[in-house]
Ligand binder design. Structure first.
Ligand code: ZN
Ligand code: ZN
Length: 551
């Protein structure tokens, strides 16, 4: 199945992020050469019980690992970096990233004990590196993390522009706008294809500048009489900067809570991406001893995750400190689709504990890091691509982005709306769809990678929904006469008060269907019979287990 070098095709193989929000990963393939862009993870939805996170299915690379010439990471967010350790277990290729992205990757690689195995190259925005047949130009983009880049990838088949996550913020927190000039220069050279971020393709107008948060934070800090606790993503470095500046202006000390936030802040400060006066930042232990009015704490947990610090604060199970009446809690983020319910549950609990909670719906304490419609159009006009492929988004977001592309004049037949695993090929200036390769989910659960499949998740769902029924039978040594009444134990299935009748009826059923002639399948048949009996009676589907012993 290996490509042969004589057919000169550029193949774009989307391994993640197309048809979903998260776990972004793209492979560019030319002859016997592969360039990987981003290795992201995705956080599980509420109904994926017990799953820590999800990584792309990169089975496609398993017999091509030696063809990978390099891995480029566009910026330091989890949905672009989070699967790096897993990818490096398969692929031994150098990683290219800007200084801050590299720093954040190193934190991740160290935690996964992969730092020794990894070869890292620092590339500054504006620089060009040759990776196999791919000449990759890094151009600066604004986003909600500093040092993000998009890529101009010159291949023998033509120039492809890969936007990464971007917005056109004229007044970003780090005063470093997106590199418009480079984008325009690409169009001078002629762009074969543009692959661009679709996250906000439903949002009209322009995404507000990150600067609007400064004013909102200023209001919060002026009004707060007690502690201020700001929750954000651990990788939102620019938010740390803004909170730090507000803390400084209002004579408060800042402390970071939680390992990932601490480590990211440390590396960003060391590399100069987070400019906070030495005496402003203090250890959390020290901050907790100061008067409430002199403190700002920053932690993770804006998505209602029960194990995050904010999640634990809301339920009163945080080890180091608790919510105090009079605390002001700022949730500086947008709920990821699917998380709204748990986010609002957390907010309610925080209010119940006496905190004042400020979130996106009531004050602009968060703005998106992604381009809105008008910015998407501007990108297309600057780059003037022949072909367009929307990336980063659920299918409806990709379709909406395609519609925007048609509005600015890219013909329908030059747009490919594709999901993970659908290969696109470019040859002699033409574009066509290739084959489908795997592009699904790989669940990571504790230390296990991929040993949890969708069927396990379905079992957990069933257990969570309808509980289980355990039936214990004691049979005669040589026949299947019951020695004792069947013992039935239920958990999470039925309310004790209603239990007796139902379980009595179940015992009778068991006695009536016990059929010794079908020795081997006895257990399975019994489980099936009990399942349908219980379903008929209760319209619920508990998991049913039958065990047998002989005496
Ligand atoms: Zn991002
Ligand atoms: Zn992203």
């Amino acid at each position: 199945m290996k490509k042969n070098t004589s057919d000169k095709k550029l193949r774009i193989v989307p391994l993640g992020g197309l048809g979903e929000v998260g776990k972004n990963m793209m492979a560019y393939e030319y002859g016997d050469n592969i360039l990987i862009v981003d290795t992201g993870l995705m956080f599980p939805e509420n109904d994926m019980l017990g799953i820590d996170y999800i990584i792309p299915d990169f089975t496609y690379l398993s017999d091509r690992a030696n063809l990978v010439r390099g891995i480029v990471i566009t910026h330091g967010h989890e949905d672009h970096t989070g699967a790096i350790n897993h990818v490096l277990e398969l692929v031994n290729a150098p990683i290219y990233a800007t200084p801050l992205t590299r720093g954040l990757l190193e934190v991740k690689l160290t935690r996964g004990s992969m730092l020794n195995k990894a070869t890292l190259h620092t590339v500054e925005a504006g620089e060009t590196v040759q990776i196999g047949p791919f000449q990759v130009e890094f151009f600066h983009v604004c986003h909600s993390i500093p040092d993000g880049v998009g890529l101009g990838i010159t291949t023998p088949a033509g120039l492809v522009v890969h936007s990464g996550d971007y917005k056109f913020d004229h007044t970003p927190v780090d005063n470093w706008p997106t590199d418009y000039a480079k984008l325009a220069e690409f169009s001078d050279r002629g762009v074969l294809a543009l692959l661009a971020d679709s996250t906000n393709s439903y949002r009209s107008g322009w995404t507000p500048s990150e600067r609007v948060i400064d004013a909102a934070l200023d209001d919060v800090f002026r009004a707060a009489s007690g502690r201020i606790i700001v929750a954000s993503f651990a990788s939102l470095i620019s938010r740390m900067q803004q909170v730090g500046t507000a803390a400084f202006n209002y004579h408060r000390k800042l402390a970071f809570a939680g390992t990932s936030m601490l480590e990211n802040a440390k590396i960003a400060r060391k590399l100069g991406y987070l400019d906070l006066p030495e005496e402003l930042v203090i250890p959390i232990e020290q901050a907790l001893k100061l008067p409430p009015k002199e403190v700002v704490l920053m932690c993770t947990g804006t998505q209602g995750e029960p194990t995050s610090i904010m999640g634990r604060l809301s339920t009163g199970t945080n080890r180091q400190f608790d919510i105090l009446p009079g605390d002001t809690v700022v949730l500086s983020s947008h709920p990821i689709p699917g998380n709204e319910e748990s986010v609002y549950r957390t907010i309610n609990r925080l209010f119940r504990k006496g905190a004042e909670v400020i979130y996106e719906a009531i004050a602009p304490v968060h703005v998106s890091g992604h381009a809105s419609m008008e910015e998407m159009k501007l990108l297309m006009h600057l780059v003037k691509p022949k072909y367009f492929i929307p990336i980063h988004g659920e299918l409806h977001q990709l379709h909406q982005h395609a519609k925007i592309a048609r509005e600015v004049g890219i013909p329908q037949e030059n747009i490919a709306v594709i999901e993970n695993g659908q290969v696109v090929e470019f040859q002699d200036g033409g574009m066509k769809l290739g084959e489908r390769v795997p592009g699904g989910y790989v669940f990571v659960d504790g230390a296990g990678v991929g040993d949890i499949g969708p069927s396990v998740v379905r079992e957990r769902e069933a257990l969570a929904r309808d509980g289980f029924v355990l039936v214990n039978l004691t049979l005669d040594q040589h026949s299947c006469n019951l020695r004792e009444d069947p013992e039935i134990i239920t958990r999470g299935f039925i309310y004790a008060r209603n239990e007796d009748d139902l379980l009595g009826a179940t015992r009778n059923l068991i006695k009536s269907v016990l059929d010794c002639s079908k020795n081997g399948e006895l257990q399975g048949d019994l489980e099936q019979a009990i399942k349908s009996f219980l379903y008929n009676k209760t319209k619920r589907r508990p998991m049913v287990f039958v065990t047998m012993s002989r005496s």
